[in-house]
Design a protein. Structure first.
Length: 197
């Protein structure tokens, strides 16, 4: 027998109307195109710029990433403060983060692209990125196939749960955002003076 209370709770879980689903898809396409365009205009779809970053000779990638982190942090926390978005924190798992970071870094160094920059490079006609994209698909498949065993091993190593830097440092979020934004801006200015484009 169905509990009327539970049945009522599930009524809001109906599939999104086709118009809403189409508008979300369209928004995703528009934002994806804008993101790719900005990556390409920033130069991070170019192999020599990415390799220059890995060799610590060209800091274009670091500048773009620091800018994205600063703008994204201020935007997300401001929207969250005004209850316009919800925060969906991923658990901090030290073992998985270290191993994943090393694999990502090795792939980046060998291929010369990360997932986003590989897509931007492919879009501008750099066919070498196609091989990297094939590797990304293969790696995603291997990860999906091994995810059950990873959940009981690697993902349990150093699991701190859903924690953010403000929580970890016991600093109010607003104060943290302001201080971190200032530090990121200072870091950008130092990089720009030391390594101008």
């Amino acid at each position: 027998m169905i509990d009327p209370g539970k049945a009522g709770d599930q009524s809001h879980k109906k599939p999104a109307p086709p118009v809403a689903a189409a508008s979300k898809l369209l928004a995703g396409v528009v934002f994806g195109l804008a993101f790719g365009f900005l990556l390409q205009k920033g130069g991070v779809g170019k192999f020599h710029i990415l390799i220059g970053q890995l060799l610590l000779e060209d800091f274009t990638v670091a500048k773009i990433m620091l800018t994205a982190i600063g703008v994204g942090m201020v935007g997300i926390f401001t929207l969250h403060h005004f209850a316009k978005v919800n925060l969906h924190l991923k658990p901090t798992r030290i073992g998985a983060n270290i191993i994943g970071g090393l694999l990502f870094g090795a792939g980046f160094a060998l291929m010369g692209y990360c997932p986003g920059t590989a897509a931007a490079a492919l879009g501008q006609g750099s066919w070498d990125a196609l091989f990297g994209m094939a590797g990304l698909v293969a790696g995603s498949w291997i990860f999906a196939e091994s995810s059950a065993s990873l959940k009981t091993t690697v993902e349990k190593w150093g699991d701190f749960g859903k924690v953010s830097l403000p929580d970890l440092l016991h600093v109010p979020r607003g104060v943290f955002v302001i201080i971190f934004a200032v530090l990121l801006t200072a870091g950008l200015l130092v990089l720009e003076r030391a390594f101008p484009r």
